[in-house]
Ligand binder design. Structure first.
Ligand code: HGY
Ligand code: MN
Ligand code: MN
Length: 448
């Protein structure tokens, strides 16, 4: 059985001391006392403490951002912190070969599991809730099932998947879990050229172990994921939860324009092969390309760019940039792929540049299970929650797990629609509503 926290080296029990104003920044319209009196399915105070404590791991006090990118020391520290919390409640747990942390109650039961998942890795300078909230609400479900002595018919698992944010291209943890990785996957690099297998070894892991993380589809009854919406819909509508019906698909390219570095003073404008000029023209063309080939939920983002050689008085000879493209319709994604490639080639031809791109990852759009969505809606009604059915514009582990099991997601509102920023936040009352909906839904699935 898994090592206990003492065997896992440093324990991450951080005593969280928040200045009152910082806590009130995260507070909402009710004081702590109210939440202690209201009968809830989950223990909101315990959940609050976990959120704020986990939020300290990898946090930079200067910019208040969280830096728990996949397989960094901070990411591994968060995994160990999570296993310590499971140990605190004497919940059986392990870390699999892909670094997924798995806790389980009722493991002696032969039936397929109900799984609650999400992730604790983050983008750089992240907020406190993306992924972490879903993992901690899953942890709270396991604790409540134990505390209430619920008579389970099947095991209930909480899984925190590795690298959901795609530092190394895809969603390694959930892809490994679904048997979608190969030995080549371990040679993926991040945007700084760091190789996945090297980073895993630096963290004391055996990369090839990721190939053993595969779970048979027959072992899973249903998958639930609670996540912040990361958009403005619920916050604007003042609704507590969203029940997700479908999740956008995406593809990610790494694109290079290769031109000719030259002197910034002596090279006439009409004799340049300026690689950055190509990127600037392409970025300018994106709205038209989406207008002509996409839909109203199509998105295209250039999130990172490098200009080389990078001297102010040298015409850029090379640019390398990321391109993240999304839509909920696979046919539209196909059209966009074709149109973007055509635009890149035309710009390269016009400007005398070379163009090359490599596909870093592609994830299919998925539908959530109608049955699970209907049941979730019935629970939301029972809890008298304000809710709506809605699509997800963000990608999630759930859409990987959808390849092998029925899935459903719960969204909670993101204040001002913000995410992937330290300003990311959700009011405690909405966190409580979402966590209770998750708990009641999981409890129903695990006892029927
Ligand atoms: O990119 C996404 O949509 C997610 O935050 N990984
Ligand atoms: Mn996420
Ligand atoms: Mn994210």
């Amino acid at each position: 059985m898994p090592a206990n926290s003492a065997d896992r080296g440093v324990s991450w029990r951080i005593i969280v001391r928040f200045s009152l104003d910082e806590f009130q920044l995260f507070g909402d319209d009710r004081n702590m006392q109210d939440t202690l009196e209201r009968p809830t399915g989950v223990d909101l105070e315990r959940l609050k403490h976990d959120i704020l404590e986990l939020g300290q791991i990898g946090r930079n006090p200067e910019d208040r951002g969280i830096y728990r990118m996949a397989f960094t020391e901070a990411d591994m520290a968060a995994k160990k912190w999570l296993q310590d919390r499971l140990d605190d409640f004497d919940i059986e747990n392990k870390m699999d070969g892909a670094g997924n942390v798995i806790g389980v109650v009722g493991s002696d039961l032969e039936e397929p599991s109900v799984i609650v998942g999400s992730h604790t890795d983050t983008v750089p300078k992240a907020g406190m809730l993306d992924g972490a909230l879903g993992v901690l609400c899953g942890l709270e479900c396991l604790r409540r099932l134990k505390e209430e002595g619920v008579e389970l018919k099947r095991p209930v698992e909480m899984i925190s998947f590795s690298d959901e944010e795609g530092r190394f291209g895809g969603m390694l943890g959930s892809e490994a879990f679904c048997g979608m990785i190969s030995p080549e996957s371990l040679h993926a690099t991040d945007l700084d050229g760091v190789i996945l297998r090297d980073e895993m070894e630096r963290r004391g892991m055996n990369p090839i172990g990721a190939l053993d993380a595969r779970r048979p589809s027959s072992s899973i009854e249903a998958y639930y994921e609670l996540h912040i919406e990361q958009g403005p819909v619920l916050d604007t509508a003042k609704e507590s939860v969203g029940i997700v019906e479908n999740i956008t698909g995406l593809f990610k390219w790494l694109v290079r324009f290769l031109g000719e570095a030259n002197h910034a003073g002596t090279t006439p404008m009409d004799m340049r092969h300026d690689a950055f000029g190509g990127l600037a023209e392409f970025a300018n063309e994106l709205p038209r390309i989406l207008e002509e080939n996409g839909s109203e939920v199509s998105r295209a983002t250039i999130g990172k760019a490098q200009i080389l050689p990078g001297a102010p008085n040298t015409v850029p000879g090379e640019v390398e940039f990321s391109l993240d493209v999304r839509d909920t319709n696979p046919e539209i994604l196909y059209e966009l792929r074709h149109a973007l490639r055509k635009a890149l080639s035309a710009i390269a031809r016009r400007r005398g540049l070379m163009m090359e791109f490599e596909e870093q990852s592609q994830i299919r759009p998925v539908q959530c299970s109608d049955l699970l969505v209907d049941r979730m809606e019935a629970q939301a009604r029972k809890l008298d929650l304000s809710y709506r059915r809605m699509p997800s514009g963000a990608a999630h582990d759930a859409q990987i797990v959808a390849q092998i099991a029925p899935i459903v997601m719960i969204f909670v509102p993101s204040r001002d629609g913000q995410s992937h920023t330290p300003a990311e936040w959700t009011d405690w009352t909405d966190i409580e509503a979402g966590a209770n909906l998750l708990y009641q839904s999981v409890r129903e699935a695990a006892t029927t």
